[in-house]
Design a protein around this ligand. Structure first.
Ligand SMILES: Cc1cc2nc3c(=O)[nH]c(=O)nc-3n(C[C@H](O)[C@H](O)[C@H](O)COP(=O)(O)O)c2cc1C
Length: 205
């Protein structure tokens, strides 16, 4: 039997507890339930310095880049900050410039599922910002995205997710990213076939 795909989650805020990290963990549970090996990189745990090309590559940035390059698929989660991703999240992806010289470079051949938590009524601005970054880094944005608005109403003060329907959506994203990674392995693409567009995850929304 083929070895499982590896789905790596990256994100969360630098706040403790972090709803965007909690949401990422739920999505990762969905990937694991779909058969993937999984790993989560919390940005607060990584403690990355600001990106600069001038002082060599710090170990945390090397670890981030190597882990991401070794993944078959990614789940990205940022809080929505001022209509975009957080500065910490953008700094982490700026460090992925280390992957320019890899073969294949950057996020080539990797499906990326995107999610955000937002205090306000929507969070698609952060998702859209992530989408620009994924495509700039040659990754494949998974069409299903999950924005969790009004975060204080769906997470308790300890950042536990209290809404089962949101949990199901997040797990569904993890499963979809796993499916895309398996398709990429088998076919070299994760484009939807005609039947999947009507019957699959996109048809249901
Ligand atoms: C600097 C800052 C900017 C924010 N900007 C927005 C925003 O533009 N739209 C929004 O809906 N929520 C905004 N929020 C609220 C956060 O999106 C919300 O609290 C989120 O759930 C925090 O994620 P975390 O729990 O992972 O830290 C902002 C919060 C901060 C601290």
């Amino acid at each position: 039997m083929a070895h499982p795909v590896l789905v790596v989650g990256m994100g969360g805020s630098l706040r403790t507890p972090s709803t965007s990290l909690a949401a990422l963990r739920v999505a990762i549970e969905g990937a694991a339930a779909a058969g993937a090996d999984t790993e989560v990189m919390s940005l607060s745990g990584l403690d990355l310095p600001f990106y600069t090309p001038e002082h060599g590559i710090p170990p945390a940035a090397r670890f981030l880049a190597d882990t991401i390059h070794g993944a078959d698929a990614l789940l990205w989660s940022s809080p929505t900050y001022h209509g975009s991703v957080s500065g910490a999240f953008k700094n982490a992806v700026d460090w992925l410039t280390i992957l320019a010289d890899r073969d294949p470079p950057y996020l080539s051949n990797k499906p990326v599922g995107m999610l955000t938590t937002a205090g306000g009524v929507q969070g698609l601005q952060a998702i859209n910002s992530m989408d620009f970054i994924v495509r700039a880094l040659r990754g494949w944005s998974v069409p299903l995205v999950i924005a969790v608005p009004r975060s204080t109403q769906v997470f308790d003060p300890d950042a536990n997710l209290t809404d089962p329907s949101v949990a199901a959506q997040l797990r569904g994203l993890g499963a979809e990213v796993t499916r895309a990674a398996l398709q990429f392995r088998a076919e070299g693409t994760c484009d939807y076939a005609e039947g999947q567009l009507h019957d699959g995850v996109l048809g249901g929304r």
